[in-house]
Design a protein around this ligand. Sequence first.
Ligand SMILES: [Zn+2]
Length: 137
Amino acid sequence: MVRTINTDIFTLNQKSLPAGKEDLPAAMDLLDTLRANSERCVGMAANMIGVNRRIIAVDMGAAAVLMLNPVIVRKYGDTYEAEEGCLSHTGTKRTLRSQNVEVQFQDMNFKSHRQTFSGLTAQIIQHEIDHCDGILI
Ligand SMILES: [Zn+2]
């Protein structure tokens, strides 16, 4: 189900709680909402649809991937200044991103994965995990 984008700064500034099995319907809604906004958005975190759980959806070009409880375990390579926009607020902001990130996350079956991402995908993941930590870029 496509949900309305949350633009309430107070709730967006809260740290999200761990995601559990009961949050899977919300995760599917997050994926639906990302797809519905694919022309102007490449990633979303659950608090952007008003769900205070650590769930992100990332557009990886060929497919959109859901990550439950994602954690960046390592950042490496060059850092660069990125200018990022966000559906939850207007305008763009500048922030520092790492070229590569190693991420630990769970899939929809709660199987753990540890994977390395680089470039734009790494940037999207860093932006969305910031959302889970209550950081708005
Ligand atoms: Zn955002």
